[in-house]
Design a protein around this ligand. Structure first.
Ligand code: GDG
Length: 734
């Protein structure tokens, strides 16, 4: 594997005697990747940290470092300029003004090409090349051109901005096209994935289907891969005697404060250091009892010091610290201990161990590893994390105290809560937080990213890998069947269950596979759902020869399309007899009254009846509605009730999915059949399967089906594998 990042994991310095010394480079990317790579053999291409220095490759612990020299001009235009003066502020919601200079862009392109050329030179045949972050957005496409044989992963550590902001960038198209050279593009959170997919469609016409994009005749996977830390190593560091002793000494040096608040950041305007200082300062000014005897340490590691915006940020922070200390400090006891320095990892761990409250208040942050490091260091199970909503970490660390950093009163109030939180509650929250960080560590992150990258080679093999063995062998036997009918339910099978039935969307991979199957010779596909045919058409989209059956079989889109794969023949109109129509009118009125009485239920009108949706109501409402309907049944003679998952299907005609499936099967001359369903109403369909047919239950619950898979994702896998296997008529995996 070859890792390509702007910086090498170590700053390499040439000594006067010709030897080289290495010191770990600062920042989140290196913290995350260094432990993974030291356990794998590989190469890392990056800049060594000084201008105009040519260094030979060196190997440490199986990792070969390939320094890429940068001239002083390149550092100024490519790194400080385009990377940190244009992209960094733009991608962080334009907190500072992004600058757009054409010569910066030219340098960025030139340096990206050098990175691509170096990667092409270092990568072995068919190697995996993992490119990192916003400094190298053009490298994926450049490398693909030079080396089409390598598998390219790209991971962006910082946020991906909202479309409206990104559109300002004069080189917006080139950058998106550059990233699309990768086989897999990873972001920290799913919001970033959505922003990127929307832009790829708008700017370069990429075709977006779920987590796949197709562009320039290639498929590209995109996804969210929240990065993490080496939690185990961090926890082990925290309990080392020298670290716990240093933590105790720290507190005693500060005069054993009642509460210690800590901030640790690279000194950067995105980190919101001013936010927490302002909140703490105001609470001190108000003599709030919560801050009585409290003190704060702010470590602000020097960063990007030649950029004007960073110089100004530093000045502002230092002015703020000075003002707070001037007003509230005492001799030997400053209110804020401010350290514009970097510390070795073990010393940093001592700060985490010593702190009662960790304040992480960025205005925007891709992830924020500091928050996770604090949690990993709280081996005694207490401590409070105050965390900005605008960090990627906020999505995972829900038991922290979340704040909007733009809301000063909110931050103050939350800081008060943090300082006064009882130990029992601290421990309860920290237990969840620690479990999250322990189970989602950096190793898991890298493994997930790299195995998804591997899967892009052969999506069918990947789909098969995720299926249980007995399902795999059923797929294998169905693949070779001469005539096949594939029947499936919609909700909970093709589409994940959601609270509002109108919001349900099928997984694109599942629909793609159904369409592929439906055009194959001797293969018929039917979606049999409780939904009305009209709704089903909207939800499944232009399904082509996929046959749609609505209202549990009462509405059928016309069997001729299914039998001959002819053009869609249009629906067989559902005609109710006069009696049925009369009954339906009464039913509609009665159920409308019910909906008025219980406003949390949702009604879905169908030509042959009405579905009463109970998802999102309380258990009490559910029981009451069920009782009223049972009572009503006595009066609505001829109405059938089909209870489903959180839904009661009321119908004036006799239909169920079993009859529907059996009808299709016999119209087709009795082909071997597979049916996939998740609901109790699908049991009718499982019930009509013949020996040799395959019933697949999706999710838990009693069933007559012989096989079981866990969720719609696996349905998509099953259908993908079946489609591919039937297409090639040979099974791709043993
Ligand atoms: C980028 C994204 C994303 C800090 N001071 C010292 C020191 N550090 C270490 C921390 C932590 C790392 O630097 C900072 O990581 P963050 O994640 O907090 O932030 P960025 O540097 O902005 O990182 C970020 C990250 O990439 C990973 O994808 O989370 O959103 O902006 O590990 O401990 N380390 C040492 N001494 C210090 O003084 N040794």
């Amino acid at each position: 594997m070859v890792v390509v990042a702007n910086r090498l994991p170590f700053d390499l310095k040439k000594q006067p005697d010709g030897s080289t010394i290495a010191r770990q480079a600062p920042g989140g990317l290196v913290t995350a990747l260094a432990p993974i790579l030291s356990r794998r053999e590989g190469a890392w291409i990056g800049w060594a940290g000084d201008a105009d220095v040519e260094l030979d490759p060196t190997t440490t612990d199986g990792l070969t470092l390939h320094p890429l020299p940068l001239s002083a001009d390149e550092i100024s235009a490519y790194y400080e300029g385009f990377s940190n003066g244009t992209l960094w502020p733009l991608y962080h919601d334009a907190i500072a003004d992004p600058e757009y200079h054409r010569h910066w862009w030219d340098a960025y392109r030139r340096v990206n090409r050098r990175f691509a050329e170096k990667s092409a030179e270092v990568a072995a045949d068919g190697a995996v090349v993992w490119i990192h972050d916003y400094q190298l957005l053009l490298v994926p496409a450049m490398l693909r051109e030079l080396r089409p044989d390598v598998r390219i992963g790209f991971f962006q550590h910082i946020p991906f901005p909202p479309v409206e902001l990104y559109m300002r960038l004069p080189w917006r198209k080139e950058i998106i096209a550059g990233m699309l050279g990768a086989d897999l593009i990873g972001f920290q959170v799913s919001g970033a994935v959505r922003n990127f997919a929307r832009l790829a469609r708008t700017l370069v016409g990429a075709d977006v289907s779920g987590s796949s994009l197709s562009y320039a005749d290639r498929n590209i996977r995109v996804g969210a891969f929240p990065i993490s830390i080496d939690a185990k190593a961090q926890s082990e560091l925290a309990v080392r005697p020298e670290v716990t002793e240093a933590a105790a000494k720290l507190r005693s040096d500060l005069g054993n404060p009642r509460k210690l608040i800590l901030g640790v950041d690279r000194l950067d305007y995105t980190k919101g250091i001013n936010v927490r200082l302002r909140a703490f300062g105001e609470l001190l000014a108000e003599r709030d009892p919560a801050v009585d005897g409290a003190t704060m340490i702010q470590i602000a590691t020097p960063s990007r010091e030649r950029l004007g915006s960073y110089v100004r940020t530093r000045e502002n922070i230092e002015r703020q610290v000075g003002a707070i200390n001037g007003d509230y400090g005492r001799i030997g006891h400053p209110a804020v201990s401010y350290l514009h320095q970097s510390f070795p990892r073990d010393e940093l761990a001592a700060f985490y161990v010593a702190a009662d409250v960790m304040a992480v208040t960025p205005l925007r942050d891709g992830m924020n590893l500091v928050a996770k490091e604090y949690i990993a260091c709280r081996t005694d199970g207490d401590g409070v994390l105050l965390l900005s909503e605008f960090t990627g970490a906020a999505g995972e660390l829900r038991q922290s105290l979340l704040v909007n950093p733009y809301d000063t009163n909110g931050v103050k109030e939350t800081l008060r809560t943090a300082l006064q939180m009882p130990h029992q509650e601290q421990k309860k929250r920290m237990r969840f937080l620690r479990r999250q960080v322990r189970t989602h560590d950096v190793d898991a992150w890298a493994k997930t990213f790299l195995s998804t990258l591997e899967d892009t080679k052969d999506p069918v093999a990947a789909a098969l890998k995720r299926l249980p063995a007995e399902v795999k062998s059923a797929v294998r036997s169905l693949a070779d069947e001469q005539y096949l009918l594939v029947g499936t339910d919609f909700d909970g099978v093709l589409s994940p269950l959601v609270e509002d039935p109108a919001a349900a969307r099928p997984l694109p991979a599942a629909i793609d596979a159904l369409r592929t199957l439906a055009v194959l010779p001797n293969t018929s596909v039917a979606v049999i759902s409780g939904r009305s045919l009209d709704q089903l058409r909207l939800l499944v989209g232009d399904a082509g020869p996929v046959h749609l059956v609505g209202s549990h079989g009462a509405e059928d889109a016309g069997i001729s399309g299914l039998v001959h794969h002819a053009a869609h023949t249009g629906p067989t109109p559902t005609t109710l007899t006069d009696d049925e129509q009369h009954l339906k009118d009464r039913l509609d009125r009665a159920v409308a009254d019910l909906a008025e009485k219980y406003p949390t239920i949702r009604l879905e009108h169908k030509p042959t009846g009405i579905a009463v949706h109970l998802r999102g109501t309380t258990p009490e409402v559910e029981t009451a509605v069920a009782q009223e309907i049972t009572r009503g049944m006595a009066e609505w003679d001829g109405v059938r009730v089909l209870p489903g998952k959180k839904v009661l299907e009321l119908s004036v005609v006799t239909a169920d999915k079993g009859r529907a499936l059996a009808g299709l099967r016999s119209a087709l001359g009795g082909p071997r059949t597979i049916f996939l369903g998740d609901d109790v109403t699908d049991e009718h369909a499982f019930g009509v399967l013949q020996p040799g047919d395959v019933g697949v239950k999706v999710g838990p619950g009693e069933t007559a089906a012989k096989l079981r898979i866990s969720d719609p994702r696996q349905v998509a896998d099953l259908l993908t594998a079946l489609a591919a296997a039937r297409q090639t008529h040979k099974f791709p995996l043993q």
